[in-house]
Design a protein around this ligand. Sequence first.
Ligand SMILES: [Zn+2]
Length: 152
Amino acid sequence: MKLTNNFSLEEFERSDTAKRLGIDNHVPQFAVERLRILCEKVLQPVRDHFGVPILITSGYRCPDLNDAVKGATSSQHMKGEAADFKIKVDNTKGVKLYDLYLWMVDNLSFDQLIWEVRPLRQAQGRPTNSKWIHVSYKNEKANRQQVFTCKR
Ligand SMILES: [Zn+2]
């Protein structure tokens, strides 16, 4: 099901962890409209401004999936209010994920925006980090406009 021009509901259900563990992560009806609003207010504007394809790495999480990935107990991913995303690796425009983050801080309304960095273990060579953006959206009145940098 299409949510906005460049985002579909299926992208928010997809989870390797859910598949591996046999968890049914279909988005319940109450969360579908919230995800559509998240797309309309946040993700599609980012996509339109930069013109780069966006990869949703974690969208909706049913409670079992949230437990499996050790998400926060009150995670907004369980409410259909949050998504984690990166730029797809086939992006050739030279746009960096951090550019998106900075632009979002200045131009968008959101509840929480988090720059997430997690070290990747590597057998050899330089250590590298996995980076992604977590963003959530409630509604214009309830949005807290909180910005965090998360270094783990
Ligand atoms: Zn997240």
